[in-house]
Design a protein. Structure first.
Length: 385
């Protein structure tokens, strides 16, 4: 069998290509002409059903997405602004788009040390800071880079006062969690595609940013990012409306603000650090051949939410030892509706509970829900430092 991305020969039980890291997709073909037409008909039916489900989800269910504003007029506005968009980073049209490119990939490079990787990420960011880059924004970015060990920050078109408020959010988090330093490589504005248009912010723990000029293409350079959707972060009033409405309805924790999306995504980031510590891994910015299996284990665990669930169950048992009995899901659901978010397959996304708990404690401190406080206490234990 062969990798569907690079053509490298792989075995049938592999989940990832050992050359390029691509997740393998196996396609067992049956060449019998007698079944081609039934298969095509079945596929067509499935596509029609899924299309209906997607329309239903977008307009009727916000629980699968964090900080989503699905107002029909807003979606029409986004459609008009992105008429010619085919890729998440291929447009600068519209009032609320950023010129920052977040999906550059470098191949065939020479990476010998972690410092080489940091330099590559930093230079990619600096190369985008041209003559029209606002000086006051550069100052905010440099403050974040120098004070909180985030390798690259790109907030180019953001209002300076809004950017300063976001810096204060990060300051508060890093003062409370000094062990969070050094893992996040990028904080950046981004243009999201239509399927992600309603997402205000997102945490991207793993992005293969660079591959080496070796037979195995390793070492790989991995970026860990918090991305801010330009549609919202260049239009703070829009975040205000979406967040305030959802906070009052109980979809988000109480007292959520337009700065809360960053706090929530940093909740995911802190949970990811806890996961790395669980695997005794200090950094994933550079992946060598001998680190590959550990890297794949981390990827799989984060995707499945196994360790997130483990932290939640530990916090839940701590809670039960001091409080009256309550069901696990009911206990999590006290934080917010989104603490019980599910994926497209209907499975709970346990890391959303962790992020919502962190968000709640960030906003409300001692007045946060008791479940949130127990979860954050466990999170702190695994982060350390």
């Amino acid at each position: 069998m062969f990798c569907n991305k690079c053509g490298n020969e792989v075995s049938s039980n592999q989940e990832f290509c050992n050359k390029c890291g691509n997740r393998l997709i196996y396609n067992n073909r049956n060449n019998s002409k007698n079944i081609i037409i039934p298969i095509l008909i079945t596929i067509l039916i499935i596509v029609l059903i899924l299309g209906g489900l997607i329309v239903y989800i977008v307009f009727n269910n916000q629980n699968n997405y964090y900080f989503v504003d699905t107002n029909k007029n807003d979606l029409e506005q986004i459609t008009n602004e992105q008429t010619s968009t085919t890729d998440s980073q291929d447009t600068k049209k519209g009032k609320y788009n950023t010129a920052i490119i977040t999906d550059n990939v470098y191949s065939g490079i020479s990476i010998k040390t972690v410092d080489d990787a940091y330099k590559l990420i930093s230079e990619d960011s600096l190369n985008q800071k041209k003559e029209d880059y606002p000086k006051e924004i550069i100052q905010v970015e440099n403050d974040i880079i120098n004070n909180y060990s985030i390798t690259a920050v790109n907030l180019k078109e953001m209002d300076a006062s809004f950017a300063n408020e976001l810096k204060n959010v990060i300051k508060k988090i890093y003062e409370e969690y000094p062990g969070a330093r050094g893992y996040l490589t990028n904080l950046t504005l981004t243009n999201l595609n239509m399927s992600q248009a309603g997402v205000i912010a997102q945490f991207m723990p793993i992005f293969t940013f660079g591959t080496s000029n070796t037979d195995t293409t390793r070492p790989w350079v991995i970026k860990t990012q918090v991305q801010l959707n330009a549609k919202y972060f260049l239009n703070p009033e829009r975040i205000d409306v979406a967040v305030e409405t959802s906070s009052k309805s109980g979809h988000f924790p109480k007292n959520a603000t337009k700065y809360s999306p960053v706090a929530h995504e940093f909740g995911h980031y802190l949970s990811f650090i806890a996961l790395l510590n669980h695997y005794y891994t200090k950094s994933i910015i550079v992946i060598e051949d001998n680190q590959l299996q550990n890297y794949y284990d981390i990827c799989k665990d984060f995707e499945n939410g196994d360790f997130s669930k483990q932290m939640l169950e530990e916090a839940y048992n701590d809670y039960l030892s001091n409080n009256s009995n309550i069901g696990f899901d009911e206990w999590r659901g006290q934080i917010s509706e989104y603490a019980l978010a599910k994926d497209e397959a209907g499975e709970y996304i346990y890391d959303e509970t962790v992020a919502e708990a962190f968000h709640d404690v960030y906003l409300n401190n001692n007045n946060a829900n008791e479940a949130s406080k127990y979860i954050v206490q466990v999170l702190k234990k695994y982060i350390g430092g």
